[in-house]
Design a protein around this ligand. Structure first.
Ligand code: SF4
Ligand code: SF4
Length: 385
């Protein structure tokens, strides 16, 4: 059987001509004739960026506009229409979408490349059996019904899933606050990651191109620090792309639960030796620092009886901490909390009911002020330094 191919092209800058050249080289490794192999004249191409929230590109939270523009330019050269699309974490409305497109730099991309910014918030039920045991999901109609779907993730660390890249980016095809329902339905990390793998199977992107020029380390996906990876990755197989992306953050496959699930259901290659990697595959400097929340406590299971481990684990679990110095009392965290565990009284900091908290860290992900940190008890800090 042929190995899935992933190209990894060095690119250390967001200079538009350098990014354009890197994206073209990355695609040429897959199809020597370029994107025209996939994109035919007169067709519509949905470009699923990471637009987690309305942040400027230099914060490294969202797919950089230079990468989106390079892909839109190529789609135009093929005689097709590019449509930039995503559903950020909060409510999914045309007004909020326009604001996010503007702040993230995609409005300018559309203006300069002729791409359309999607504001159609309709959805379609995609029903199919998947290996990950998810037999259907309501996804963004314009992405599913496009002739071609190109996945354009940003490589970042993630408090819940350790890494977000090709597979996790497709969760953005679940509209707005419906994402919270998935968090509620799957509070267990393994179940949640099975659902993510299932969504990726249902979405079936034709191509993934990763913005791994400047990724994010630390408290990703929104409050971490920019982390220089220096590459554009491309591949047709989302799982193989994630395997390479993890290596470039200095992560082992077993540290990334979506990779573990993908391997368990036979979708993800077991190691890099099963991937045809064209280009660099190791971290540029050192491994990325990980989010506090991703340091797992299940190691306790190996040290003591399960009942004790469960009790201790509850004490040690990370929790959201609200920072008085930066919190603006906007209430976004209250509205973003799937189990409604956060209360905000006038003049006070938000408070979390920890028994209700499922540790999804949607609050941290969506706080516009980066006013939420992930903290542990003194014992947790001692054990999981
Ligand atoms: S979202 Fe952030 S800034 Fe807004 S109330 Fe919550 S912690 Fe404060
Ligand atoms: S408080 Fe934060 S981490 Fe806890 S359930 Fe709510 S959104 Fe998730």
């Amino acid at each position: 059987m042929n190995k899935p191919l992933v190209s990894s092209i060095t690119c250390a800058t967001y200079d538009e001509s350098a990014v354009q050249a890197a994206v073209e080289r990355a695609i040429a490794e897959i199809w020597p004739g370029g994107l025209a192999h996939l994109v035919k004249p007169g067709t519509t191409v949905a470009i699923k960026v990471n637009m987690l929230m309305a942040k400027s590109p230099d914060r490294a939270v969202t797919t950089h506009p230079s990468v989106a523009k390079a892909v839109c330019n190529l789609v135009k050269e093929c005689g097709a229409q590019a449509v930039i699309i995503d559903s950020p974490g909060g409510p999914y409305t045309p007004i909020l979408l326009r604001n996010a497109y503007e702040k993230c730099g995609f409005a300018k991309v559309a203006e300069e490349s002729g791409a359309i910014l999607n504001v159609d918030t309709s959805t379609v039920k995609v029903k199919r059996e998947t290996k990950a045991n998810l037999n259907g999901a309501e996804l963004l109609r314009p992405a599913i019904e496009a002739d071609v779907l190109i996945n354009l993730p940003k490589l970042k660390t993630h408090g819940l899933t350790t890494m977000t890249c090709a597979v996790k980016n497709l969760f953005g095809l679940v509209p707005g606050i419906q994402k919270f329902e998935y968090h509620m339905r799957s509070p267990d990390l393994n179940d949640f990651c099975s659902m993510l793998v299932g969504i990726a199977e249902l979405a079936e992107p034709d191509l993934t191109i990763v913005d791994a020029i400047i990724g994010m380390e630390g408290e990703g996906p929104s409050s971490g620090k920019p982390y220089e990876v220096g590459a554009i990755l491309a591949g047709r197989d989302v799982h193989a792309v994630d395997l390479v992306a993890a290596a470039m953050l200095g992560l082992k496959p077993e540290q990334v639960p979506t990779i573990v699930v993908g391997q368990a259901v036979g979708l993800c290659p077991m190691s890099l030796s099963e991937v045809d990697v064209r280009g660099q595959v190791s971290p540029k400097h050192r491994g990325a620092s990980l989010p506090t929340a991703s340091i797992r406590t299940h190691l306790l299971d190996q040290l003591m009886p399960r009942r004790w481990a469960d009790r201790l684990s509850r004490q040690l679990r990370p929790k959201p901490i609200f920072m008085r110095s930066t919190c603006s009392s906007c209430g976004v965290c209250v509205r973003s909390c799937p189990p409604q565990a956060i209360e905000l009284k006038q003049g006070e900091l938000p408070q979390v009911e920890l028994d209700k908290c499922i540790r999804c860290f949607c609050c941290q992900e969506l706080c516009p002020q980066e006013a939420i940190e992930v903290g542990r008890s003194w014992l947790g800090r001692l054990l999981f330094r």
